[in-house]
Design a protein around this ligand. Structure first.
Ligand SMILES: [Mn+2]
Length: 376
């Protein structure tokens, strides 16, 4: 059987500065390195024949020596186990300007395909099978280099690596740094599989009902657009055969949620609501909305919620209604003012605390609604 098993990843962004995370940035940097280590371990324990990084292994072309050492020793472990690896530059570790970090470092046991056009594919041997590797480091402004990746008449399997933006039509606008490709472009290269990088969510690319390529997505969420579990692909490639299986890989999950505190009766329940909405996440951004009960201590809430996460960013969009404001609002010559006057009037005549509480809740809900209308 002519088949190989590849562990395909991309967009690891090692050495990213995580500036928005403040003091937590250092630990987040270590999370990313742990994810890299885990990819190496899984490649070994899962019986990979080939390990592929389809661009943006590094977040920048200058990263601290400690990170480079960690990466080199990972590739050394693969080499020691007889697993070849293949890399292409991405947009963050690309070949423009001062030159790609991929060109200046030696990665043990690796094929680095960083020329702006592919002269000829590089062959590696996987389970005594010849695998021809195709890849390039696209240079912005150059003539479309894609035709240089066309399948050559050589024995064995043909596997491509490409850091590119998938577009549905060739005339779609893309950033000038990006190489645009369509599913048809990729299919016409005639390769058995193309490992893609650049889009940070996993995506399978088919053409005429056949899988031609896939994005692995980022293995660790880089910001609050990269949420939940992250993955790499196990790819089984044979002649006319591609099988993809996800491998869960992240060190920590991110969540981004909005919580309306209007109905939360206490700090306890507000904290539970926040934690519950973020399920598996260790890193979360929570937008608080609505109008909480007056006796909820927001500092207490903030502290107790923060203690439940490795990192929690609270976006405060609460509508707070201190009594003084209510007095002010009641003097407004608006529908809102008339509404508040009526509520206050009914509160004064209310029979018992139950009714007063219901009226207070009605006032808060209505004020939230009024403010939403103002937003429009
Ligand atoms: Mn990327």
């Amino acid at each position: 059987m002519m088949k190989i098993r590849i562990l395909h990843t991309a967009d690891l962004h090692l050495g990213a500065k995580h500036l928005s995370l403040g003091d937590y940035a250092r630990e987040r940097n270590e999370d990313f390195l742990k994810t890299f280590d885990r990819l190496i371990e899984r490649a070994i324990s899962g019986g990979a024949g080939l390990f592929i990084v389809a661009g943006d292994l590094f977040d920048r072309n200058q990263v601290p020596p400690g990170i480079i050492e960690r990466v080199r020793s990972g590739f050394k472990r693969l080499e020691d186990c007889g697993i070849p690896s293949a890399l292409v530059p991405g947009t963050h570790d690309g070949i423009e300007g001062s030159g790609s970090i991929l060109k200046s470092i030696h990665f043990p046991g690796s094929v680095v395909l960083s020329d702006p056009r592919l002269e000829s594919p590089v062959a590696v041997t996987v389970n005594e099978l010849r695998v021809n590797l195709y890849g390039l480091g696209a240079k912005p402004g150059d003539e479309n280099p894609l035709p240089s990746m066309k399948r050559r008449d050589l024995p064995g399997l043909h596997v491509g690596l490409l850091h590119a933006t998938l577009v549905k039509a060739p005339q779609w606008e893309v950033k000038t740094r990006d190489l645009p490709v369509t599913p048809k472009d990729l299919a016409e290269l005639g390769l058995d599989y193309i490992a893609l990088g650049h889009h940070h969510s996993a995506q399978v690319v088919e053409h005429n009902g056949r899988v031609v390529a896939a994005y692995s997505g980022s293995p660790e969420g880089k910001d609050f657009t990269e949420l939940g579990p992250r993955q790499a692909w196990w790819v089984t490639v044979g002649r006319n055969e591609v099988k993809l299986e996800p491998e869960r890989i992240e060190t920590k999950q991110l969540a981004s949620v909005e919580i309306d505190l209007t109905d939360a009766p206490s700090v306890d329940e507000a904290v539970d609501a926040i934690v519950g909405a973020c399920a598996e996440a260790s890193i979360a951004r929570v937008k608080l909305t609505g109008s909480p009960a007056l006796d909820i201590d927001l500092n207490d809430l903030r502290e107790r919620a923060q203690a439940r996460f490795d990192y929690l960013e609270i976006v405060d969009e609460l509508l707070l209604l201190p009594d003084a404001d209510l007095e002010l609002l009641a003097r407004e010559n608006t529908v809102r003012g008339a509404f508040i006057r009526q509520i206050k009037n009914r509160m004064q005549n209310a029979q018992g605390s139950d009714e007063r509480e219901r009226l207070s809740m009605a006032a808060r809900l209505a004020l939230v609604e009024f403010s939403r209308r103002e937003d429009r």
